[in-house]
Structures are given as C-alpha cells and as structure tokens.
Design a binder for this molecule. Sequence first.
Ligand code: NAP
Length: 499
Amino acid sequence: MEPTKICLTLSGKTIAENLAVLDRYRPYIDIAELRVDFLESDERLHIREFPRLAGVPCILTIRRQIDGGKFLEGEAARTILFGKALAFQQEDKDAKFEYVDFEEDFHIPSLQDAVHAFGIRIIRSVHDMRNPIHSLRERLDNLKSNEYEIPKIAFMPHSLKDVQRMFETAKVLKDSNHILVAMGPLGVPTRILAPRLKNFLTYTSPAETVENMPELFHLDPLTLKNTYHFSDINDSTELYGITGWPLNATSSPELHNEAYVKKGMNKVYIPFRSENFFDALSFASSLGIKGFSITIPHKETAANTADVVDEKVSAIGASNTFVNRDGRWFAYNTDASGFARSLLEFTGLKNLNHKKVSIIGAGGASRAIAYAVHSLGGKACIFNRTLSKAKELASMYDFEYAILDSSSASLLKKYNDIIIQTTSKGMGSKEASNPDNDPVYFYDFKGKEVLFDIIYHPTVTPVMRRAAECGCRVINGYDMLRYQGYEQFELFTGESMTN
Ligand code: NAP
C-alpha cells in the first residue's frame, strides 16, 4: 500500500503569499492544495500558472461556502474558473494540476471529460461541516464512479464515537485510494493516524494560516513531523495517548514521542479528546491503544471504571494512567509521586515533617497531592470553592478544610510554609494577578512561603508572579508533569525514559 501523503493546504490571499509559505514547508510535504476560494479575485486569473511555480504535485480546490469554503459567486462562475484553471493542460506533469477536488454533486460532463483526457485525478468529496456522516463504506463506494477517482468524506463528529466509526470502517478497506477525515478537535486522531485509516493523504495547514480555517483543526506539517513522526507510523506502530476535555494544551505528546524516537521504539502518542470518558475508553479499546494518560475532568471517573486499580488509585480516588494488559484496563496514579519528587527536589527537603501546607483546590490533581503531602508527613489545610469537596478530601487525612475566599485568609496564613495551587484558575492567563486568574488573590504573601503552582501553561502564572515579586520561592508544574510522565512511560513500555 502507498504511504499516506502529506498535503499542505494553502489558503493565502495571493499566489505569491502561498508560494512563500510553500517554500518554508517544502521539505515536509508531498502535495500542495491551492484553495482558490481564499484568493483575491485578481489573483484567480493566474491559477493556471500555479503548479509550475509550486514545483510539487498540486490539488485544485474551489470550495463553496456550504462545504466550508469561501466561494460565494455561484456554480456558473465556479465552473468557468475550473475550466480556466484546467484548460489546455500540458503533458508536462510539473506544469499542471495533478488532482482536482469536485464535490459529490458537481458533475459537469465537459469538465470531467477534459480532466480525464489530461490525466488529472478527481478527489470526489463530500463534506458535512456540522454533523457526522453515517454508512461510510456505502458512501465511499457510491462516491467513486471509476478507479481514477479518490473518494473523500469529511465530517464534523459530535463525539469520539463518530471518529471510532471511521477507524472501524477503514479496517475493512483494502486499498489506500480514499480520504476519511473527521474535522474539529475531536478529529485530530484522523489527521495523525491517517496511515491507519489507509488514507491517500492527510491535510495540514501552515502554522501561519491555520487560523483561516479554525473549524478544521489542521495540524501544521512540522508538528506532524517533529511531534508525531508521521512518516514512521505504520501498521505495526503501537498506539498510546492522552484523553481529557477540552485538552487545549498538553505537553505530554512531545515528552513521550521524543523518548520513543530516542529509544528506537515504533510507538506514537496522540491526543484523543473526549467529553465523555467512556467514549475515550471505547475508542482506546477499539484502536488497540496500549496505554493512555488521563487529565481534566476524567481522573475520578477513570478510577471508578478500570478493571484493576492499584493501591494508590484506590487511596487517592483518581487515576491519570491506564494500561491495557490482555484486554483489561489497569489504573495507576503517577501524579502523587511526580509531585512529591518535584517538591522535594525544589525545596531540598527529605519530607514534610513539621511543615504546615495549604492545598488550594480539591479536584482530581488535588487528591493525588493531598495523598503525597500526607505520605510525606505534612499537616495541611485544603481550600476549595466547593466546600463539600474540600471537607471530603480533608477527612481522608485528618486535614483541616475551608472555603476558598477572603474569609479564609487568616487560616491560609497559619498554613503558609508551602502553598500548593492545584485549581485550574490561572491556566492560560498572561494577565497580571486579579480575582479571575489568581485563586488566592485575597492573600498577601510574606516572602518566606514556597509557592508550588501545578499549572505549567503559562510557565509563570499570575499568582506565581505576584508571589515571586514578594520574595517567595516559586515553582510551576512542569517538573511534576515530567516526573509523572517518566513513571507513565515505564508503565507503558517497561523501560526507563531517562536511561
Ligand atoms: P479538576 O479535577 O477539574 O479540578 C479543578 C479544581 O479547580 C477544583 O478544585 C475546582 O473547584 C477548581 N476550580 C476550577 N475553576 C475554578 C475557579 N474559577 N475558581 C476557583 N476554583 C476553581 O482538575 P484537575 O485534574 O485537578 O487539574 C487542575 C489543574 O492542575 C489543571 O490546570 C491541570 O492542568 C493541572 N495539573 C497539572 C499536573 C502536572 O503534572 N503539572 C497534573 C494534573 C493537573 P471546584 O471543586 O469548586 O469546582
């Protein structure tokens, strides 16, 4: 079977802009798709020249608005434009479009005859920008009217189940003469694992213009190459990943994939977002994913769903690591040890005996941190927006608890040797500290506290900056992430990540 090609979708306003971008990505791609619908009208006069200037195989696409494009001038104008772009195509492969994208309902016999005569292949596409498409196998068969056509189905999934269906359909397909794409954030696995779908190509966008079509959620070719080592993915590649929702920012794919490559392992680690943990588990089982990381908001559901839980998971009540062994899911928690290692390394302490610790937040990560603080001998008070959750967690370790607002400032002062921030407040915020991004905005740092914020995006959160300005020693969650990742890597592969 032919390896899946990488296609760069060009959505610049001018031919020159597209060519400049193409030059930057040339070493990483096989095909360029010219999205004529994004070009300014004057530029459309010159599209016939594009393949010769591009110097790579090109796809001609003029997408209508209904299919997610920008072409508004109607079908007659579109037909004329196709005609102008394809007329008198030369024998010379480098000077003509090799592919043209015609939608399922676009049948202009004269154009099709010309396309066949010039040896141009048709990508016969169907798009649903809002809903999933069902009966994929039948739709593919119906789309393809002859062997020169490449049927393409692109839809917007509503859940990971729709994406799973796509992979299950692909298992029975015999060749790579089709393109199956799920769009949006849920569809990212279809872009990275396009070889598993036996796709003819996978679409990417330059990082510079990815925002022109945000609904597609294209990756850029460099991410596909550097983070996911796309060209090494084959039928024997073992799959790993991370699930969560919305899973906007995660450094785990870089961490794991880099180690797989260093160690010469044929494995890839991908994000598979899901609002529902059971859909993620079903997706992982169906694709044969061997192990995966779990993040917000699924850690607690995961602990209650596994076939086998280790003792830390039952003590903590949250799992961030699932490993498949002979069809059974084993749950682990590596957050607690990752956190403890990072904290002890940063403070130089051996344990937390005689230390008074504040834990801000009582979510999934906080459960692991409370367990670690208790195991290290610390005395803590848990502060949370929802008091009942703080109370429930505190009762497990005989800790104090309080509501997370200004009425608790004096209690926070009593537990201020180490302040551990575990809420998601401040995540992604670049602004100065304010009540919306700083969970302890009501507390005045003295300068002697250690502040550990387990967030790592941004590297300095608003509360970290405020504490550091008062003279506190501050650390973010990146080392915790690395250390919990190292342990996950060992659980996934049986090997150490760092040796
Ligand atoms: P989670 O289970 O959803 O818990 C979220 C916590 O944040 C809860 O205590 C919640 O309070 C609190 N919270 C959310 N929005 C808030 C707001 N506007 N004001 C006050 N409190 C708010 O999430 P999680 O898994 O514990 O993760 C929390 C954070 O830790 C995330 O940013 C995550 O990226 C980070 N994390 C880092 C690592 C690492 O390795 N460095 C590991 C795990 C997690 P309520 O209970 O009142 O809702």
